[in-house]
Design a protein around this ligand. Structure first.
Ligand code: ATR
Length: 281
């Protein structure tokens, strides 16, 4: 039986087992997908011994994506650009890696706001952590001309700009207001709005009427940020689809079927969020 897992620390909250478990059942594949909580000082050894542990591959989540990148024999272009892998697989005895977070972000946006990139001159990205890097890289790959990158700690936004190039303009978070009239897309990658965190406040009145708003946070599914955007009449795309789509390339590598992200899958994950009281803020 082919087995994969998600490796992180902590990892108990990860929905990846639910996601891949759904697809294994749906396609009638006799496979397994588990969870591995691996402490930082054990991560290198874990990836080295992946095959010996009986796995054909794995997903990698916080805080191990950079270590995973350093451990693979070869990585795809996106992973090389970001220095981080979230998907690993074994091929002819070699450990290979990819970064599918970028794909997940773009596929979710394409599904939720088709054509968003047609006239996206300027995008505004809030936050400068790992998720932000994947988002900014994805936007640039789709031809966005300018990414205003706002972060509480300016130096972290500057580090992302240094990594991803001159089209990225770092600004402090409290200067975001004056860039709103130009922003055709606004992406939250900060942890603001996450259950238990303060909401992310933005003056949505200043955004163009045709702007699209999306949030990497999906607990709660409908963040105060997305609610306010919808109340203003803007197209708003929740972050759950990022998780669902990023899993597609890994599942295909490990189990040989390219799985579909459909409404039944979304409903299954939403039922889990609801059962845990995580749908609402
Ligand atoms: P990830 O890798 O998941 O993107 P991260 O590296 O922890 O997560 O980044 C979290 C982001 O949320 C950062 O941009 C962080 O801002 P700082 O770089 O200044 O820490 C942002 N963030 C978290 N709490 C915040 C708060 N209370 N106000 C503003 N930004 C916040």
């Amino acid at each position: 039986m082919r087995r994969a897992c998600v490796v992180g620390h902590p990892v108990a909250h990860s929905r990846s087992p639910l996601l891949h478990g759904y697809w294994l059942r749906r396609y009638g594949i006799e496979g397994g997908y588990g969870r591995e909580d691996v402490a930082p000082d054990q991560a290198q050894a874990f990836f080295r011994e992946l095959a010996d542990r009986g796995y054909v591959g794995c997903n990698v989540t916080i805080p191990h994506k950079e270590v995973a990148f350093r451990m693979v024999d070869a990585a795809d272009e996106t992973a090389r650009a970001l220095g981080a892998c979230n998907t690993l697989w074994l091929e002819d005895g070699r450990l290979l890696g990819a970064n599918t977070d970028v794909y997940g972000f773009l596929a979710n946006l394409d599904a939720g706001a088709p054509g968003w990139d047609k006239a996206c001159g300027t995008a505004l990205v809030l936050g400068a952590g790992g998720a932000s890097r994947a988002v900014v890289f994805g936007l640039l790959s789709r031809g966005v001309e300018r990414v205003i990158l706002a972060n509480r700690t300016l130096s972290r936004a500057e580090a992302v700009a240094a990594l991803l190039g001159g089209k990225v303009i770092p600004i402090p978070l409290d200067e975001v207001e004056r860039h709103l009239p130009d922003a055709m897309l606004v992406v939250n990658t900060t942890s603001l709005g996450m259950k238990g965190q303060p909401p992310l406040e933005l003056n949505f009145a200043r955004l163009p009427d045709t702007a699209v708003v999306t949030d990497a946070v999906y607990v709660p599914l409908e963040t105060p940020f997305l609610k306010a955007a919808r109340a203003r009449g803007l197209a708003a795309v929740d972050g759950l689809g990022m998780l669902l789509h990023q899993g597609v390339p890994g599942f295909e590598r490990w189990f040989g079927v390219r799985p579909e992200v459909d409404t039944a899958l979304r409903a299954e994950i939403m039922a889990d969020l609801a059962a845990k009281g995580q749908l609402e803020a």
